[in-house]
Design a protein around this ligand. Structure first.
Ligand code: ATP
Ligand code: MG
Length: 297
């Protein structure tokens, strides 16, 4: 079972005191890697006996780990807090199947109290190799568990910003619903990742490529941003139109490498259509189009 599945089952068993302890741990992640018992006593107001009992339970649930210096909140514990947030608001009433386990996240289908299906993305940066993420990000390697939690919260915050800005510019991207901690709730796209689509499933590849670049253009011209990881792995196709997903690495136009990043996004797109459908595109013209300097590709 993944950590989000463990968390979703276990949140039903959490007592208010367990939650109090989780909140106490969470409050200190910026200050300690191992949180001393004495600090937790102050933060929770619980006496030592109760606190040790609660920490023992949370440890057995896989939400905290114990060391000789104290206690560390791990990602399943943060998942539990985030899930509680969504559940309390009726945004999630059940977890469904896993629909994506990427390098940086776990994505699940969820259902709300009203019966609406949506998608939750839990950030998991640091879980796999750091080298893969370093290529995309500018921070130096964190040393501790709690630093990774903070990086994941930051990534989710950035994805929220990216989604909201892209949506305001009418980019076809999932509807942002809510974010809590390192988890983003958004509408579900009923489609396939472009790299998984067979040739026959794309009737009008040239039009599809144009629509992808048109979305990149809206992001650039209206939202003043560049996705920064655009490729057939971050585009879903619903049989009619393309959906651009995955925004945490977006950059603003004043980023020192903005043009390079934009050219890479455009090239990833045109290369895919060249490889798969033999469509030749002038990269310079395509970049000019996305920048709003030309009206056609
Ligand atoms: N809103 C959505 N609707 C439907 N499927 C989605 C949605 N968001 C994400 N997915 C699925 O989850 C997968 C992973 O999502 P995303 O690309 O955002 O995360 P990621 O961690 O960057 O993945 P990777 O590291 O593999 O690129 C997607 O490829 C897609 O299959
Ligand atoms: Mg992705």
């Amino acid at each position: 079972m993944s950590s989000a599945q463990i968390a979703s089952r276990a949140i039903k068993e959490l007592d208010p005191e367990d939650v109090k302890v989780l909140h106490g741990l969470e409050k200190t992640i910026t200050r300690f890697e191992s949180i001393p018992l004495q600090i937790l006593k102050k933060l929770t107001g619980l006496d030592e006996g109760k606190l040790v009992f609660r920490l023992g339970r949370l440890n057995a649930l896989g939400f905290v780990i114990k060391s000789q210096f104290g206690y560390t909140l791990v990602s399943a514990g943060l998942d539990a807090l985030a899930l509680r947030f969504f559940v309390e608001r009726g945004l999630i009433s059940g977890m469904g199947r896993s629909i994506g386990m990427g390098k940086e996240s776990d994505v699940y289908e969820v259902i709300s109290d009203a019966g609406t299906r949506s998608v939750i993305k839990f950030y998991r940066i640091g879980r796999i190799s750091f080298r893969a993420t370093r290529a995309k990000r500018s921070y130096s390697k964190p040393e501790t568990h709690h630093q990774w939690l903070q990086i994941n919260i930051e990534a989710a915050r950035k994805e929220q910003e990216g989604l909201e800005r892209a949506l305001a510019a009418a980019v076809t991207t999932p509807q942002f619903i809510a974010r809590n901690r390192h988890a983003v709730l958004m509408s579900e796209v009923e489609g396939m990742m472009l790299h998984e689509c067979r040739k026959g499933e794309i009737e009008k590849p040239k039009l599809l490529m144009k629509e992808i670049l048109e979305n990149a253009r809206k992001a650039y011209v209206k939202a003043k941003m560049i996705n920064g990881d655009l490729s057939e792995y971050n585009i879903l196709f619903d049989g009619e139109k393309p959906w651009i997903i995955d925004w945490p690495q977006y950059v603003n136009l004043d980023h020192p490498n903005a043009l390079e990043i934009l050219a890479r996004d455009v090239k990833n797109t045109t290369d895919y259509f060249q490889r798969k459908f033999g469509i030749e595109t002038d990269l310079t013209k395509a970049v000019q189009y996305v920048k709003g300097e030309k009206t056609k590709i």
